[in-house]
Design a protein around this ligand. Structure first.
Ligand code: DAH
Length: 339
């Protein structure tokens, strides 16, 4: 028995000596120390030994097991070490190599311009209001004095969710929502996305941005409207800019107007940007229609107000001399990096 153990030990150590990878070590472990391993078999057969022999053989067997376990552990350790050193040698990091450049996004010029506009109105004491982009027909049209079948609906190609729900075509519904919630004095702007079912081309996008403004209080007149919007135009486009108001029609204001500003490129002489006109149309505006005030529970005999709304994309395109609105929505970093 003792000789057999000695033999097993020597064979195993010999095999271990000649082993050069960890999977071979695993097979050796199984072969000798596994459940059906040679050493395990011997330990199992110890019942057949005499009472004197049993502890002696048992001791030797345990010693052999310990020797083999240690040898295998050391062998595996040595291999791991060698593999690690090889890897370190092969994977030398060249710290002089340039890194991989990460492209970082940039704020869209639309957002930048919106921020500028908000800043101007905030310094004039306006608050910022929000409303849903999926809007009730009532707020987008009815309450703004645009009943069903009104021709003004035809001008705004509307995405209908169903008969009563639309994607808002303008930021004007936020006027109504604000007047329902707050009592005058009201002085708010409301920038946001609006939707129209327009085919995409260089000047049309089914999604674009508008900014609405509303002031309601006692004794508000058209002079307040002009003063506010002229100041805005000067802050936005420069002190030299001149403005003019042309009569227009909007169902929710009376009287209504459109405001033009002298072209910021040629200063009014006429150029490519203003198409030779010298003037650029900036926004629509007017005195809030008494019907709209009434719809919102505000007495038009006591209060009056003015409102305005403009397309932010147009403003951005004018400001940066862009000729294609699609550039604002394509997230092309080569374009965005220029602003
Ligand atoms: N909502 C109008 C449009 O989309 C713009 C507008 C015009 C808003 C006059 C106003 C306003 O508040 O008074 O064409």
């Amino acid at each position: 028995m003792k000789e057999k153990l000695e033999l097993i030990k020597n064979n195993a150590l010999e095999e271990i000596k000649n082993t050069s990878n960890s999977s071979e070590f695993e097979s050796i472990r199984v072969k000798y120390l596994g459940k059906k391993g040679e050493l395990t078999q011997i330990l199992r057969g110890m019942g057949a030994l005499s009472a004197e022999e049993r502890p002696i053989v048992g001791k030797i067997a345990n010693e052999v097991r310990a020797v083999l376990e240690t040898a295998i552990e050391e062998g595996i350790g040595a291999i791991k070490n060698r593999e690690k050193n090889e890897r370190l040698k092969n994977e030398v990091i060249d710290i002089s190599m340039p890194g991989i450049k990460q492209t970082i996004g940039k704020r869209n010029p639309l957002e930048q311009t919106l921020d500028e506009m908000k800043e101007i109105f905030i310094t004039m004491g306006f608050t910022i209001e929000e409303g849903p982009e999926v809007e009730l027909d009532y707020y987008n049209f009815e309450a703004l004095n645009i009943p069903k079948n009104h021709p003004a609906r035809g001008e705004q190609d509307t995405f209908y969710i169903n008969d009563n729900i639309v994607l808002r075509t303008q930021t004007s519904p936020i006027q109504v929502r604000t007047m329902e919630k707050q009592k005058p004095p009201i002085k708010m702007i409301s920038p946001g996305k609006v939707y129209r079912s327009d085919a995409v081309d260089a000047t049309h996008s089914p999604i674009f941005y508008q900014m609405e403004g509303l002031v309601v209080d006692k004794g508000i007149t058209f002079a307040d409207l002009k003063g506010t919007l002229e100041l805005f135009a000067k802050k936005m486009l420069g002190d030299k800019v001149k403005t003019k108001f042309r009569p227009h029609h909007f169902p929710f204001t009376e009287p209504s107007a459109e405001m033009d500003a002298t072209c910021f490129v040629c200063g009014g002489e006429g150029c490519r940007v203003c198409k030779g006109e010298g003037w650029i149309e900036l926004l629509g505006c007017g005195m809030v229609h008494p019907e709209v005030l009434k719809n919102c529970g505000i007495d038009p005999e006591v209060y009056s107000g003015f409102a305005f709304g403009f397309g932010v994309d147009r403003m951005v395109m004018l400001k940066y001399g862009l000729d294609d609105i699609r550039q604002l929505y394509e997230s092309d970093m080569r374009f965005l990096d220029q602003f």
